[in-house]
Write a new protein. Sequence first.
Length: 95
Amino acid sequence: MESNKKISPEKKLWQSVLNVAVEDALMDKTKFKLPISTFNKRLCVEINHARRWFKNLTPHFSFVCSVSDCNPQSIHEKMIKKIKILEEKEKYLNV
């Protein structure tokens, strides 16, 4: 179903911020080739940072969700489930 309502540039920007954070948090560290390069180590730090952002319901997280027209609690709950699956896999494979 199409809507005639245009999305503001600001909302598009914040939706992009949220999208990038989702993509970062859901990167699978088990896909990195061993030995892990300096670049991949830095990427792991960024992945962990994104995951923490979703795990902690901070005012900043709530703001980004709100201006993106998303429910912060709903996003938080969905992401926690997905992150938990990835982290269990990574722990099992010792990544």
